[in-house]
Design a protein around this ligand. Structure first.
Ligand code: ADP
Length: 213
């Protein structure tokens, strides 16, 4: 049982990596961006409120995002019920036949306040965020990748102006979250400038080490 936050600027590949890791380790993958896009698609009250904000590249309000995160965490006993009889940490350690379950969160937290909220929620469930993996990619490469993705994604927030705004917001609001986590000693930064498989191998090494310890 391990709970991981995957962190990176728009275009760093955190969604791609989180999907690969969820598959390999049987993690629950929670992407706040995907959850929001689903609400928009379904035209729910949340989706209707979020759409214009996302199209501008701004951050959706914490009330909405925290609500979606909470709902997603409850889907499976990934952050387990503290009253449960069997401790999932023990189950995970019983041997190779037991695949470690866990959770990988992508897109949250994006502000120091969201990081504090995440601490609060997990502490209430008597669990921790065990690892924070930051994927580091130079700015030029981020812009190149988002342009490439824009051609196929059809995402309404992948336009030139909005991309720059999202990157600026990342620098101003999300980068400080890394300092917050660095102080707690749980942060590992990975070079994400190469191929998807190279980055994936680097991340898997970090996770395997954490699962062994
Ligand atoms: P990217 O990392 O490429 O910007 P995401 O899919 O993670 O893409 O997020 C897309 C948009 O969804 C963000 O620009 C923002 O508007 C909204 N969003 C996602 N996660 C959060 C969050 N934790 N807090 C506020 N807004 C969020």
């Amino acid at each position: 049982m391990i709970n991981i936050v995957i962190f990176g600027a728009p275009g760093a590949g955190k969604g791609t990596q989180a999907t690969l890791l969820a598959e390999k380790y049987d993690f629950l993958h929670i992407s706040t961006g995907d959850l929001l896009r689903q609400e928009v698609r379904l035209q729910t009250p949340i989706g209707l409120r979020a759409k214009a904000i996302m199209d501008r590249g701004d951050l959706v309000g914490d009330d909405i995002v925290v609500q979606l995160l909470h709902r997603a965490l409850q889907q499976r006993s990934t952050l387990p019920n503290p009253d449960a009889q069997e401790d999932p940490w023990d189950v995970a350690r019983k041997g190779p036949s037991h695949r470690p379950e866990g959770c990988i969160i992508d897109g949250f937290p994006r502000t120091v306040q969201q990081a504090q909220t995440l601490e609060f929620v997990t502490r209430r469930l008597k669990r921790n965020i065990d690892l924070i993996i930051a994927i580091d990619v130079p700015r030029d490469e981020l812009i190149r990748r988002i342009h490439e993705r824009a051609a196929i994604s059809g995402r309404s927030d992948d336009t030139e102006e909005v991309i720059r705004h999202r990157l600026d917001l990342y620098d101003r609001q999300t980068q400080p979250v890394l300092d917050y986590y660095r102080l707690s000693g749980r942060l590992t930064t990975i070079d994400g400038s190469g191929e998807i498989s190279q980055t994936n191998n680097r991340i898997c090494r970090v996770i395997d080490r954490a699962l062994r310890s």
